[in-house]
Design a protein around this ligand. Structure first.
Ligand SMILES: [Zn+2]
Ligand SMILES: [Zn+2]
Length: 699
């Protein structure tokens, strides 16, 4: 007997209209079964999906090539999560499902799979035999204890609002322990924003729970490693999965807890393919699990969500203010280290053209002489953002983009940070031949050079000369170089570290007593309404790198060079008052009907010309006027992106806004066929690509 089966496969990104295709098999395979099916001339991986297949003659269908029945079917909650993500973010179910599975699954056969699963089952058995006995761990502080009590009784998502250095990781460890002790098959998912942060977290979890219970899941793994982690999670052998945003789609049949550390971090939002927010999906994933068992709220299968941050996203903060999330606060630092004092340097009163204000240089010199470390933050890599000729006005524009190429002095190149175009620095102005071409503005390389010059006569306590280092995407490109640089910092080899925001994230440096932000003013007056939120968070987080060792005799300081020391953002920062800052920002957002008081989506279009890109958006916008519910959604006119041309492709976007998330979702769902049709029609001619970004993080 032949059964027709709906199967989702990786189809082109916008074929959301046909969620599943149909194949036949001699068994009625349950939904969630992995299969390999013939598609055109190839064989591809697919997942048997829910719902009745279309009424077709099974005899006319191509048969499933292989059913990977050795593997337990992917669970119903997993399938619901994938289906939701596809619908919400306007992609096909197959695309989201396949992106969530480790690539080697495409090539593995039934026999290889059986062998691997047998090994995992043995491991799981051994684990069960050796009941988990938590090792002696530090006694929680009263604040941590209080947060954990709150956690134990939660009935909604929880926002752990803990200042930098307050010991959030210990709360995560104990929360995981609580749920693991609650059920023999319980699993926990712990997410961090960056791959770089996984090794130190993994070390702490392995130390607490043993290496056999913990696996990592992120894009930095080799394909075989990723498969091994995925199988361990899916089979239940692994009890704890640590990962980056992709881990939100891990198959975890016993999931009881999702932790999202640094939940405000923009890295949780994917920037290509399905543009999902792993933080938002974490909330939804737990809700799916809990809605399925309404009587069991607080039963053993209850799934909790714990979001943690010292500077929560305004979306999460608002949810806590309005009672949708429960707030757990930990304001004090472990070990009693004080939060750094803010020192604002008014750059209007400093020598003209000074990169670093003299009082800041003095403060740096004192730190070096005392054997303490400092951190200088500047959000541009390279030596200078532009190279210019003062005679004719030539600037180092990129031939392929509407952007400047950045001057990298170390390797004497002009490099475009958007398309990668790179060339040797010219000896003379390419326009007029003037030999005197000069850098404009500054980046990490220049700051490193300037600091080394300014501190050249300063000696460390051991009599050696000052050592300045730089950490950015260029200095850490080679594998292992980031770890080496972090180690040098920990070993006290470096006195002053110059870096981009990557140094502000999570790393626990014990001897930093001074952090300084340079060139931050652009964010105060940016057209992006989220810029102040990000700046506040960056300064709080990087300030949090300082003063972690309370035994150091001198108070730690956060310096900011600005032309606007009276700005309300700095007033709140001075008091370390995130709640005041958030209240003021939320008030502004509400008055302007911005998120989280409104809901947005962007449609982006790319084409050879700006006319084609905008023309597509205009045609799609026209088509929207006929749709039911369009009056609840505002469609703004198409505009070029801030960087309009990248790699010779013109980019435009159109903003959609609605006071109701549900109305926006209904509209987007109804609009999708019209968008696909517009793409196929005359207005889509010459279009390179297009995509919808729901809840975009940058406009
Ligand atoms: Zn010139
Ligand atoms: Zn370029």
């Amino acid at each position: 007997m032949n059964h027709a089966l709906p199967v989702v496969v990786a189809t082109p990104s916008h074929s959301g209209l046909a969620p599943a295709l149909t194949w036949c098999h001699d068994e009625a395979l349950p939904p969630g079964t992995l299969v390999r099916v013939p598609l055109g001339p190839r064989e591809v991986l697919g997942v048997v999906w829910d719902g009745a297949p279309p009424a077709v003659d099974a005899g006319a269908l191509r048969p499933v090539a292989e059913a990977l029945q050795a593997l337990a079917p992917l669970g119903r909650h997993w399938r619901e999560l994938v289906a939701f993500a596809a619908r919400y973010y306007q992609r096909s179910v197959g695309e989201v499902a396949m992106a969530a599975l480790p690539p080697p699954l495409r090539d593995i056969n039934q026999v290889q799979l059986q062998r691997r699963l047998k090994r995992l089952a043995k491991r799981a058995e051994a684990l069960e035999a050796s009941a988990f006995v938590p090792p002696a761990s530090p006694e929680p502080s009263p604040e941590q204890r209080q947060a954990l009590d709150g956690f134990a009784h939660a009935r909604q998502p929880q926002l752990l609002f803990g200042s930098t250095g307050s010991g959030k990781t210990e709360v995560y460890l104990r929360a995981v322990q609580q749920v693991l002790e609650g059920a023999p098959d319980a699993q926990a998912l712990v997410m961090v924003p960056e791959i770089n942060l996984t090794p130190q977290l993994e070390a702490r979890f392995v130390e607490r729970f043993g290496a056999d219970r913990v696996v990592a899941l992120h894009s930095g793994l080799t394909p075989p490693q990723r498969l091994a982690s995925w199988l361990a999670a899916h089979s239940g052998a692994a009890r704890i999965v640590l990962g980056t945003r992709m881990a939100v789609f891990a198959s975890l049949p016993g999931l009881r807890l999702i932790v999202v550390d640094e939940e405000h971090d923009p890295s949780y939002k994917s920037q290509d393919g399905a543009r999902y927010s792993a933080r938002d999906l974490a909330i939804y994933r737990a809700k799916l699990a809990n809605d399925a068992q309404p009587t069991a709220a607080h039963g053993p299968a209850y799934c909790r969500v714990l979001l943690g941050s010292a500077t929560p996203s305004l979306e999460s903060w608002h949810a806590a203010e309005t009672g949708r999330y429960q707030r757990l606060a930990m304001p004090a630092r472990i070990g009693g280290g004080a939060l750094p004092r803010l020192r604002l340097v008014d750059m209007n009163h400093q020598p003209r053209g000074a990169v670093l204000a003299p009082p800041l240089v003095q403060a740096l010199a004192e730190r070096v002489a005392r054997g303490e470390q400092s951190l200088l933050l500047i959000n541009r890599r390279g030596y200078a953002p532009v190279l210019a000729c003062h005679d004719c006005g030539w600037k180092s524009g990129c031939p392929q983009c509407s952007a400047h190429r950045v001057f990298h002095k170390l390797d004497r190149t002009l490099r475009c940070h958007h398309c990668g175009h790179s060339s040797r620095v010219p000896r003379a102005c390419p326009e007029c031949g003037n030999l005197d071409i000069a850098p404009l503005g500054r980046g990490t390389e220049q700051l490193e050079e300037v600091v080394a010059q300014l501190l050249v006569d300063v000696r460390r306590p051991d009599g050696r000369a000052v050592r300045v280092a730089r950490m950015d995407a260029d200095s850490t490109r080679l594998k292992g170089s980031l770890q080496a640089q972090l180690q040098a910092m920990h070993d006290g080899e470096v006195d002053v570290l110059v870096g981009t925001q990557m140094v502000a994230k999570g790393h626990d440096f014990r001897r930093i007593t001074l952090v300084a932000g340079v060139g931050v003013d652009a964010a105060l007056f940016s057209s992006d309404f989220r810029a102040p939120e990000r700046l506040f968070s960056l300064l709080m987080q990087s300030g949090g790198r300082a003063g972690r060792d309370a035994s150091l005799p001198h108070p730690s300081e956060l310096w900011v060079q600005t032309g606007h020391p009276q700005h309300p953002l700095f007033v709140a920062l001075k008091r370390h008052d995130y709640p005041a800052f958030a209240a003021q920002q939320l008030q502004e957002r509400e008055a302007a009907a911005m998120p989280p008081f409104a809901f947005q989506a962007l449609v982006r279009a790319e084409a050879r010309t700006q006319e084609v890109a905008q023309g597509f958006l205009l045609a799609a916008s026209d088509a929207a006027q006929a749709l039911p519910g369009h009056e609840q959604v505002t469609l703004f006119p198409p505009v070029p992106l801030a960087i309009q041309r990248v790699a010779n492709v013109e980019r435009a976007q159109m903003l959609l806004e609605s006071p109701s998330r549900a109305a926006l979702q209904r509209f987007l769902g109804a609009w999708q066929p019209a968008l696909l049709q517009t793409r196929q029609g005359p207005a889509g001619r010459g279009l390179v690509r297009w995509a919808v970004d729901v809840d975009p993080l940058s406009l």
